[in-house]
Ligand binder design. Structure first.
Ligand code: NAP
Length: 248
C-alpha cells in the first residue's frame, strides 16, 4: 500500500537520486525529475519499480514555471501528493564576486530560489488542508554554504541557499496549521557530479582536511536525513534544519 506520491526535483543523479530511491524503499511512489540525462532518470525509475513502487520520470527545468506545472501534473496522475523534496540546485564556476555576471546570478537565483519557491507553491496548493488537501511535508535541500558563505568560491550560491533557508522558516510558519511541515537539510561536501561545475578539479581534495570528520559524505547520508524530515517520525519538526556536513 503506497504512502502517496513524493516529487523529488533533480533526481536523475546525486542527492536527488538517493532521495528518490530511499523514498521508494520507504513506501512512497515517486516523480523523478531531470533536465538532460533521460537515461539516468529512467534507470532511477526502473530501480524504483524493482522495489515495488510506482515512478515516472519528467523532463523539466525548475527555472521554468511551465515545466514545474508539468512535473506536478505528472504527480497528480500518479496519485495524491504527500511530499516534495526540493532538491534541484546548481553552482557555477568557482570565483570571487568581482567575476560574476548578471546572467550567472539570474541563473542561480532562478533555479535555486525561484524554482524552489514555485515548487513549494504547487505543493502547498495540493497538500494544504486550507485547499482541501490532506497535509504533507516539504523538505528543501539547502547547503551548509548558507551559513559558511563560501568566500572566494560561490558567495552567490551561498546567498541562494540563505534565501532557501529563510523561505523554509517563513513557509513553515505560514502553513503550520494546515497539515504541512516544511524543513531543510544542509549538506556539506557530498560525493556527486556537482563539483565538476566549479571548474576546479582539486577543490574536493583541498577541502577534505578542513572537514572535522575528514571525509566527504555520501548522497545516501543526505537522503536519510531528508526522508526522516519527510516522515511522521519528525511530526513536531517544522521550520528547522538538519546540518549533515561532517562537522563543518
Ligand atoms: P548533481 O549531482 O549535479 O545532480 C543534479 C540533479 O539535478 C540532476 O538530476 C540534474 O538532472 C538535476 N538538475 C540540474 N539542474 C536542474 C534544473 N534546473 N531543474 C531540474 N533538475 C535539474 O547535484 P547534487 O550534488 O546531487 O546536488 C543536489 C542538491 O544538493 C543541490 O540543491 C545542491 O545545491 C545541494 N547540495 C549539494 C552538495 C554537494 O556537495 N553535492 C552540498 C550541499 C548542497 P540531469 O541529470 O538531467 O542533469
Amino acid at each position: 500500500m503506497s504512502k502517496g506520491v513524493v516529487i523529488v526535483t533533480g533526481s536523475s543523479r546525486g542527492i536527488g537520486r538517493a532521495c528518490a530511491l530511499l523514498a521508494a524503499e520507504r513506501g512512497y511512489d515517486v516523480v523523478v525529475n531531470y533536465t538532460a540525462n533521460a537515461a539516468a532518470a529512467e534507470e532511477v525509475v526502473a530501480a524504483i519499480n524493482a522495489l515495488g513502487a510506482q515512478a515516472v520520470s519528467v523532463k523539466g527545468d525548475i527555472a521554468e514555471e511551465a515545466d514545474i506545472l508539468d512535473i506536478f501534473a505528472a504527480a497528480d496522475r500518479l496519485g495524491p501528493l504527500v511530499g516534495l523534496i526540493a532538491n534541484a540546485g546548481v553552482v557555477s564556476l568557482s570565483g570571487r564576486v568581482e567575476t560574476y555576471t548578471a546572467d550567472r546570478l539570474h541563473r542561480i537565483m532562478n533555479i535555486n530560489v525561484v524554482g524552489t519557491i514555485l515548487c513549494a507553491r504547487e505543493a502547498v496548493k495540493r497538500m494544504s488542508t486550507k485547499h482541501g488537501g490532506k497535509g504533507g511535508a516539504i523538505v528543501a535541500i539547502s547547503s551548509v554554504a548558507s551559513v559558511l558563505g563560501s568566500p572566494n568560491e560561490y558567495v552567490d550560491y551561498a546567498a541562494s541557499k540563505g534565501a532557501v533557508d529563510s523561505f523554509v522558516i517563513g513557509l513553515a510558519k505560514e502553513v503550520a496549521t494546515e497539515g504541512i511541515r516544511v524543513n531543510a537539510v544542509r549538506p556539506g561536501m557530498i560525493t556527486t557530479d556537482i563539483h565538476e561545475a566549479s571548474g576546479d578539479p582539486g577543490r574536493v581534495e583541498r577541502i577534505r582536511p578542513t572537514i572535522p570528520m575528514q571525509r566527504i559524505g555520501d548522497p545516501e547520508e543526505i537522503a536519510r536525513a531528508a526522508l526522516w524530515l519527510l516522515s511522521e517520525e519528525a511530526s513536531y519538526c517544522t521550520g528547522t534544519f538538519i546540518t549533515a556536513s561532517g562537522g563543518r
